[in-house]
Every structure is written in C-alpha cells, then in structure tokens.
Design a protein around this ligand. Structure first.
Ligand code: NAP
Length: 270
C-alpha cells in the first residue's frame, strides 16, 4: 500500500508525522505523495479538507484516514496516541471503506462559455460583503423565492456540522443523500420574504442561484474563498463522485455530534 501523509504545521502534528513515518516504514509501507492508495491526514478536520482538495483528482482510487491531534473530529477517527493501533489496522487492511456524498458546484460567468466546476466536502457559500445579496433561488428549474440577505450556504451531510450549523442549518446523518440550503442573515419584513428556515432537497433535485446584482461576491468552497464578479448562475447538486474513508472501526455519528457540541459535563449541569 502506498501512503501519503498530509499534516498541518503545529508542533504536535509535526511530531506525530515523524512518529507515523517511522512506524509505516518499519511495517514495509511506502510513502508516495504523488500516487497514493491511502492518504493519512494529521491535524484536524481542516487538515482533512485540505488533503481532499489536494487529491480531488484521485477520488475514485484513494481512501482517507484522519488522525486528530486535538479533540475527535468529524472526519478524523483516530487520536494522535493511537498510532500503533492504526498501523496494525493498515497491516491487516482488507479494503474496508465507507463513502460520503460530495457537493457539485458549477459557476457560470458572464461572457464565458464554459462554467467552472468545483467539488466541496463541507459546503459552498455565496455571500455579498458590500451590501445586500439579492438573488433568485430555484429548486430544479422552478423559481422558489427571491432572497435578500448576507448570503446562502449549501452543504453536504458531513459538512452539516460545520458552517451550516453555525447559520442555523440542521445536522444531517451522513448516510443520507441530500444537500441542504441554509440562509445567512436573510431580510424578512413586511416587504421582503424568504423561507427563513433551512431546506433539504432530494437526491435528484438541484439548487440554482441567480444573482440580481452580479458583482461583489465572495464565493467559498470549503476553506477556499475568492472574490467574484459577473456571476450569472450557481448550480448545486449531489456530485457523482464520493469521498472514501478507510474504516477500521466505527464511531456512532450521533456520539460524535454529542461529543463535539454537548459534552458530558453540559448534559448533567442544571
Ligand atoms: P478554520 O476557520 O480554521 O476552522 C473552522 C472550524 O471548523 C475548525 O474547528 C474545524 O475543525 C471545524 N470543521 C471543519 N469541518 C467541520 C465539519 N465538517 N464539522 C464540524 N466542524 C468542522 O477553517 P478550516 O479548518 O480550514 O475549515 C474550513 C471549514 O470550517 C469550512 O468548510 C466551514 O465548514 C468551517 N467554518 C465554520 C465557521 C463557523 O462555524 N462560523 C466559519 C468558518 C469556517 P478542526 O479544528 O478539527 O480543524
């Protein structure tokens, strides 16, 4: 098995990286950054997001494993003190894997024939920082509403615990095939009206966003962000591609959610 390691640069992650490399070499694994079968990330969920974008061209053939150097994460099953157990699982690997849906993002620009295409693991947002974002929201090809506010966030099930949750979106179990549209500070009064609640669309549906004002946007795809103008349309749907994780053990999804957002201490406090 050829393994690539992606790490962040904090002191702990660098130390864990060195320790893991030694263990892998001792167990006859080869380290291959260019064409790996397995990608191990060391850091946090953010580090796994970076690795996903770095290796997006290999999604069909690679599996990911996340080691967290802090708390347990949503994409990271292993803690930094569990390297021997992880390497033993790699030695006994039988191709165990689990896959999750990704978000397909297509952006059409004025005056360009080809649309730009991105894949998101967590979410994509469109925001306007200088003034209100006004856009028409379509579900499939039917106009649903005219949105006015700071922006919109479209997320995957695994991304639903990220930015989506902070803007009031629901947490979606990652076994569900769905994408979610959540509002960011919508304007609602006697004149302007939006749904004002998150919306989860079916696997065969897509969301189109057509800005009324075409400039001054910030478009994000996971941790990547760019200032954009002349956007004619954004189209979001579940991607054909999926992300595959090597799964040697299972942490119940709702336990992860409880651990990340509630914690035993808060549960019993009165
Ligand atoms: P960051 O600003 O350095 O970190 C944002 C935080 O989001 C980190 O604590 C990260 O966990 C956590 N995170 C990432 N993906 C998550 C997921 N699927 N579920 C729960 N928490 C998650 O940015 P980053 O590390 O490059 O990650 C970019 C992502 O951060 C975005 O895709 C967005 O989902 C999220 N984000 C959230 C907010 C917000 O909630 N207001 C703002 C900006 C970005 P780790 O500490 O384990 O890395």
């Amino acid at each position: 098995m050829k393994i690539a390691i992606v790490h962040n640069n904090n002191e702990k992650s660098l130390a864990v990286t060195e320790e893991l490399k030694l263990l892998l070499i001792k167990n006859n694994f080869s380290i291959d950054k260019r064409n790996p079968d397995l990608i191990i990330t060391i850091g946090g969920d953010g580090t796994l997001l970076s690795a996903f974008h770095r290796y997006a061209h290999l999604l069909d053939s690679v599996r990911f494993v996340g080691i967290h150097t802090g708390h347990l994460g949503f994409y990271t099953d292993w803690r930094d003190y569990e390297l021997p157990e992880l390497v033993a699982s790699l030695v006994n690997d039988k191709g165990e894997s689990i896959s999750y849906p990704l978000l397909d993002v297509r952006v059409t620009f004025q005056g360009r024939k080809e649309s730009s295409h991105f894949l998101a693991l967590n979410e994509s947002t469109m925001k306007r920082v200088d003034g209100t974002m006004v856009c028409d929201v379509f579900v499939k090809d039917e106009l649903f509403e005219r949105f006015r506010g700071d922006g919109l966030c479209v997320s995957t099930p695994t991304g639903s615990t990220g930015y989506n949750k902070s803007v009031g979106g629901a947490i979606i179990h990652p076994r569900l095939e769905a994408i979610q549209l959540a509002e960011i500070a919508s304007i609602n009064n006697r004149v302007f009206r939006t749904l004002s609640s998150p919306m989860i669309v079916a696997p065969d549906e897509w969301i189109r966003i057509k800005p009324i004002t075409t400039d001054g946007f910030i478009l994000t795809v996971d941790q990547l962000s760019s200032s954009e103008k002349n956007i004619v349309e954004l189209q979001y749907r579940i991607a054909n591609e999926r992300i595959h994780f090597a799964r040697y053990r299972h942490t119940h999804f709702w336990s992860r959610v409880e651990d990340a957002f509630i914690g035993a201490k808060n549960k019993y406090e009165v």
